[in-house]
Design a protein around this ligand. Structure first.
Ligand SMILES: [Zn+2]
Length: 275
């Protein structure tokens, strides 16, 4: 079976690349290890993890979107951590089963995967595991995951989803930001195009930026995983401008993204996004 691609970010941190569709990360401390996100559930990410570490594993979710939580079925006997505001995927109107996995390959595969697309379809699990709901332990602002001489502090950063969490790894000066911050952020369209969600996201950006002296790089959920933290300032500039009315984006369609988009510096924000 086609295996996930693994690359080292530093001595104790690995990127697990799920076929260029989405990233998961494995972190080791002295005592325990953590898997941040689980991919969409294609192939055998659990085997991949076991080849890297045999330490006790915590499974941490940056958010419950199915491309990040779709692999939790591999880890149901382990402690899974998530913010309860992301509790139900009913919120997103999509189920995390093979219907989703197929749709994800169909819509993202041709643009992102550089091999034969039929190889991805062959990784769809036979027993159609559904990760729409699962048991988890709630994490919130200030929750600490202790890996032994390496801790992760949870920062609740609603915007992309209500329960999005960033994980601050002070020892390695990294912030694992999931889809809260990456190269192209999606905020769903709001009724009446209200700016409420932009304000929520703006506040999350400011909250992250308060920790600015404690990390150098962002480790993100899609694509090349390492991003300069200065992009946060670009996003703050955008949200500031949208909220004050001094900036306005325009409607575009690009791949699976459809909605109002605005760009500044290295940042791209889809802020009234339909899909
Ligand atoms: Zn997401």
């Amino acid at each position: 079976m086609l295996a996930h691609q693994v690359e080292k970010i530093n001595e104790s941190t690995w990127r697990i690349n799920e076929f260029n569709l989405v990233n998961a990360f494995l972190l080791e401390g002295k005592k325990n290890s953590a898997l941040i996100d689980t991919g969409c559930g294609l192939g055998e990410i659990d085997k991949c993890v076991k080849e890297i570490t045999d330490k006790m594993l915590y499974v941490l979710l940056t958010h419950s979107h199915p491309d990040h939580a779709g692999g939790v079925y591999h880890f149901k006997s382990l402690p899974i951590y998530m913010n309860s505001d992301d509790d139900s995927l009913k919120l997103w109107g999509m189920r995390t089963d093979n219907g989703f996995r197929r749709m994800y390959i169909e819509t993202r595969g041709p643009r992102l995967y550089d091999g034969e697309i039929r190889n991805l379809y062959s990784l769809i699990p036979n027993d159609n595991p559904d990760c729409t709901s699962f048991d988890y332990i709630n994490i919130d602002d200030g929750s600490i995951i202790d890996l032994g001489e390496r801790t992760l502090e949870c920062i609740h950063t609603p915007g992309h989803t209500d329960g999005s969490i960033c994980f601050l790894d002070r020892k390695n000066r990294l912030l694992f930001s999931g889809d809260t911050i990456n190269r192209s952020i999606i905020l769903m369209r709001q009724p009446d195009n209200s700016t409420k969600l932009i304000k929520i996201f703006h506040d999350s950006l400011l909250k992250i930026w308060k920790h600015e002296k404690e990390f150098d790089s962002l480790i993100i959920g899609h694509g090349n995983p390492i991003l300069e933290k200065s992009i946060i300032k670009d996003y703050i500039k955008i949200t500031d401008g949208l909220l004050s009315g001094s900036l306005r984006g325009s409607y575009e369609e690009s791949g699976f993204r459809k909605g109002d988009v605005i760009r500044h510096g290295n940042a791209e924000l889809w802020y009234q996004c339909d899909s």
